[in-house]
Write a protein that binds this ligand. Sequence first.
Ligand code: AHR
Length: 615
Amino acid sequence: YTITVDPAAKGPKIDKTMYGVFFEDINRAADGGLYAELVQNRSFEYSTDDNRSYTPLTAWTVDGAAQVVNDSGRLDDRNRNYLSLAAGSSVTNAGYNTGIAVENGKTYDFSVWARAGSGTTLTVTLQDAGGSLATARRVAVRKGGWARYRATFTATRTSTTGRLGVGSSATAALDMVSLFPRDTYKHEPNGLRKDLAEKITALHPGFVRFPGGCLVNTGSMQDYSEASGWQRKRSYQWKDTVGPVETRATNANFWGYNQSYGLGYYEYFRFAEDIGAMPLPVVPALVTGCGQNKAVDDGALLQRHIQDTLDLIEFANGPATSKWGKVRAEMGHPKPFHLTHIEVGNEENLPKEFFARFTRFRAAVQAEYPYMTVISNSGPDDSGTTFDTAWQLNRDAKVDMVDEHYYNSPQWFLQNNDRYDSYGRGGPKVFLGEYASQGNAFKNGLAEAAYMTGLERNADVVELASYAPLFANEDYVQWRPDMVWFNNHASWGSANYQVQKLFMNNVGDRVVPSRATTTPGVSGPIAGAVGLSTWATSAAYDDVKVTAADGTTLLGDDFSGDASRWTHTGTGSWSVQDGAYVQSDTAAENTMVSAGDPAWHDYDLHVKATKKAGK
Ligand code: AHR
């Protein structure tokens, strides 16, 4: 190839915030992940509504007698269960993965809320099958109501299979049994796991989108917390996630487990600030996307969620004297968080219903906070009728920015590098809030890197982009591929992570237009021909032809190609439709060769297709 660069020509400006991260509590990314708490089910709130295998004693082993109680003696109205531990009994917590991981010489902070009669002593231990991991601690409980007690451990051995034990000399009520490494990210209390937070920091992301994803579509949306008696699977509401951790209600997580909300909105804002990234929260829009596809028709409830969104902006930006600014200040941050962008809804499949609600949110937000960018979305798919309808509605309403999501094969990313070349320049900007090629192999990273050059080339349209999902705990995976993997003691970045790091640490100021030319004789396997035609479906194109330089028809001819000429060497399923349309299992190799001649060839490929009107 010859690459011609014209340094005098000015391409689009690239914002420093263009590449960011999307944190969602999927694959146990929060509890047992980024949130540094080492005790699982610390407040005995696990429920079969969160996950059919759960009980309030999940992750706990009882030696003696203990029961979980939900009565008026509880610690807080939103933290309903507590443990009643009989005299001379003890409980042991197994943490996450293989157990509680501790490192020789490091400090760990234990705390518990307890209520007991006079003369009660708790004995707190840290051990594994090989014996003690730190000197046991004794904690004297004062007679009276609930109070918080603390103890400090220094690990005398390294272990990844530790257990935290709490025994009591007399009957005691326990709640919020907690163990944190002292060495959290930036040493913050209720902090983040250092190695995971540092992996994000090393990216230097321009923004942090949170908390979901489908996570914000938890529940039916009709189940607003107090009104539903703190039932599980209530919609995700930011107000449940702030304030002292012992007063935060836990909830079922969209991805099938319990979320403690220990990592809540305050912690998200703090983290974004710590790493110099723009916070970008997503609020539910009362349309349950992510496979549920129901629109909630309740004006009062809608108004309540809109008010919650206004309150969220006040929580982030309001003075410490305002109602919600005061909550932020009391949590330790009197200064504002400088929120400028907010997203309403995630992947709703009902564009008209979503849009009717989105415009109400937007009007209310911009009436009070005219500087806010309110981001809409284009539904769950990257093409099709829903997508087209959503985009049309977004264009008509002059929306600032539209969130698009797609997870496709590496081939798709290579073939669609020009996706944004044809996007209208006068309309909404694109926020590519979630994308990934399906796999964590080197070729996936490479395909994403190639695609990102197309994003940058179109930086005047694509303003923000984030790979997804960010994290996966290797023992609790709901979704793959993921950018960073971890267990209870180690973490490692994928090839995709390295690509994101490379791009995020080297964001240019401006695109310099360039042109690549080559002489006939495209180097590469014939698979390229198939790849080139994957998007050329009969729905959008007429007259698809893929020919070799000598004029031989390789694939497709008015969508009547001979499918039997092609075999698939990958592991996934595939089919040939319309002659030239190859649909394949995107996680598979997707390499196609001619059945009669399964060798690799170099071809000079010619693809001719006429786009149908409006496609
Ligand atoms: O990133 C994983 C999921 O993919 C997100 O929760 C959702 O928005 C998308 O479907």
